[in-house]
Design a protein. Structure first.
Length: 213
């Protein structure tokens, strides 16, 4: 009997790192994703999260009900929400080191198992658009992405304190003769912000690096 794949148990190196920087190589994974801009405390941000989860759970249930499963199928726990963060090109022209949340641009995503495909995703999107209509569903896409060489660590506490952890990660990179590729970084949300106080948030921070020189 095939056991359920639970990312918290089976992929700890990717999703449950320690609260100190470490170097990791992240292979290619499938994602469903939606992009946006502006303050993450806005309604537009939460609406995008809702649309993404509708499809993530739609995919899980669709696969579970399929009579003919894709090769390699096993039931799984839905992966956590992730966000890739940057600031707008306009904001970069006058950037002074302090981020205005209204200038943020982001891609939100939820990883999908290797046995999923874009064709399957498109079938499920049609189903979800009928059951739970949302104008944002049309903006969700399926893609495969490879992060490659990264530094990551677990950040404990409010999102506004993340620069302290990112600074530790940059110092670690420098000590290991590595260079941060860009100011873009990834966040993986292990806590439900609706149920946990900010001082108890657990967020994986990750950015790409390359050798110096």
């Amino acid at each position: 009997m095939t056991t359920k794949h639970e990312w918290r148990k089976h992929e700890k190196s990717l999703y449950l790192p320690k609260s100190k920087p470490q170097l990791i190589d992240v292979p290619a994974f499938n994602f469903i994703t939606i992009s946006g801009a502006g303050n993450p405390n806005s309604e537009g941000f939460s609406d995008r999260v809702t649309a993404l989860y509708s499809l993530a759970y739609g995919l899980k249930m669709h696969l579970k009900k399929l009579a003919s499963k894709p090769e390699g199928y096993v039931d799984f726990t839905v992966y956590p929400l992730e966000g890739v963060w940057d600031i707008s090109e306009e904001a970069k022209k006058t950037f002074t080191g302090v981020i205005n949340k209204d200038d943020l641009v982001y891609s939100l995503m939820i990883r999908q198992p290797d046995f999923t495909s874009e064709a399957l995703f498109l079938d499920v999107k049609k189903e979800v658009e009928i059951k739970k209509p949302s104008p944002l569903l049309s903006s969700v896409s399926f893609h495969t992405h490879t992060e490659g060489s990264c530094i990551q660590m677990l950040h404990l506490g409010p999102f506004d304190d993340e620069p302290q952890s990112l600074s530790q990660m940059e110092k670690f990179a420098d000590e290991h003769q590595l260079l941060r590729v860009s100011k873009i970084h990834r966040e993986i949300y292990l806590s439900d912000a609706r149920r946990v106080s900010p001082d108890k948030y657990k967020t994986v921070l990750r950015f790409n690096v390359k050798p110096k020189g």
